[in-house]
Design a protein around this ligand. Structure first.
Ligand SMILES: *Cc1c(COP(=O)(O)O)cnc(C)c1O
Length: 374
């Protein structure tokens, strides 16, 4: 079956329409309950969502916030990171990870990644530690946890805070623990395209530390415990009640959706695992990858050619990320050299994936890939 490249028949890189259609009655009811209840900021849904997510992840505290970016900023502030402190992170991530470090006037220091997992390479991280290093931010890129055993060992040996950027890895596991609950603080995003997405911006900070949770709770509400008695310079970073209500409708499905993504990944591997010039994502023994993205590496400089061939065939794909963070205009002056991240940015291509992938759609995508690379 040939698919013309018209908008209506296009295979988008992410398709939320089926999920919305299936959940619409529950979502409409949740919205109506919020409107009828009249509490729009910090109501019952926010408190319940915090409890439910803490329970699901197996962590003591969850603090609902306005975005994943704010979760990172608030995590750094709550950990006491500021002016002149160095924070080591990966250059192969969404800009927000490094932006949060700069936002609190700390210095982002990049350490190169592993080519197979796209995640922080503990050996490179170790080389980047200086007496000014205060924290590390591993990112669980594309839904696959970083090597937390080795990273935690290094952090403990050097007395560093560990803030996990788990924005792309809600529900992923690492040695039986949930991503985001292994370090001191975990940060999640509910941006609509994330594995657990709201219908607007949202985020969450999780921790087992009562002190960190208290700081974060104050920071999200202008640095106050009690209204109009502000003790800290904070932010306005609360999660909207209506988004919390939507997220509570979706949370019970996350395990199934993540398993569906894993199934779609298995199908891709069967179809594409032997295609020469293409490298499928590598899953490590230590972790359960939740495939926020299914990102292949296209070798021999043919990534852009494949991308446009798929576009011609009505298949949406995306390049995450076309420039590693150290090459972005704001960090260019550092002149950092991260050969693996630089090479990956020229090879990566994310294929359509989600909980509702049809096997026939995947077969069509695979056929077009094989044709294009022949
Ligand atoms: C999405 C994302 C963020 C930012 O989350 P927002 O909710 O969009 O602010 C941070 N880090 C990574 C790795 C992300 O993918």
């Amino acid at each position: 079956m040939e698919q013309p490249s018209t908008f209506s028949n296009r295979i988008p890189v992410l398709d939320l329409s089926r999920e919305i259609r299936e959940l619409k009655p529950q979502l409409m009811q949740a919205a109506q309950d919020v409107l009828d209840g009249g509490a729009f900021i910090m109501g019952d849904n926010v408190r319940q969502l915090e409890r439910e997510i803490a329970g699901y992840l197996g962590v003591n505290y969850a603090v609902a916030l306005n975005s994943g970016t704010d979760a990172l900023v608030i995590a750094l502030l709550a950990a006491g990171i500021g002016e002149g402190d160095e924070v080591i992170t990966t250059p192969f991530t969404f800009f927000a990870t490094a932006e949060a470090i700069s936002r609190v006037n700390a210095v982002p220091v990049f350490a190169d990644v592993e080519p197979d997992t796209f995640n922080l390479n503990p050996d490179r991280l170790k080389e980047a530690i200086t007496p000014r290093t205060k924290a590390i931010i591993p990112v669980h890129l594309f839904g696959q946890p970083a090597d937390m055993d080795r990273l935690m060992e290094l952090a403990q040996a050097h007395g560093l805070h560990v803030i996990e950027d788990a924005a792309q890895a809600f529900g992923a596991d690492h040695q039986g623990r949930k991503a985001g609950t292994i370090g001191d603080i975990g940060c999640f995003s509910f941006f609509p395209s994330k594995n657990l997405g709201a219908f607007g911006d949202g985020g969450m900070l999780v921790t087992n530390s009562g002190d960190i949770a208290e700081q974060a709770t104050m920071l999200r509400a202008h640095g106050s415990k009690k209204k109009y008695y502000n003790e800290l310079i904070g932010l306005n970073s609360r999660l909207d009640e209506i988004q919390a209500a939507f997220l509570r409708v979706k949370l019970p499905y996350i395990e199934k959706w993540n398993e569906d993504r894993r199934q779609a990944a298995r199908v891709y591997r069967e179809l594409l695992g032997q295609v020469s010039g293409l490298k499928c994502p590598v899953e490590t023994e230590r972790a359960r990858h939740v495939f926020h993205q299914y990102t292949v590496r296209v070798m021999d400089g043919r990534r852009d050619e494949l991308k446009s061939a798929l576009d011609q065939a009505g298949i949406g794909t995306a390049v995450y990320y076309p420039l590693p963070v150290h090459k972005l205009p704001v960090y260019e002056a550092m002149q950092a050299h991260m050969p693996v991240a630089e090479q990956l940015s020229g090879e990566v291509l994310s294929l359509p994936i989600g909980p509702h992938m049809e096997a026939e759609t995947q077969a069509y995508i695979a056929r077009k890939i094989v044709e294009a690379l022949r």
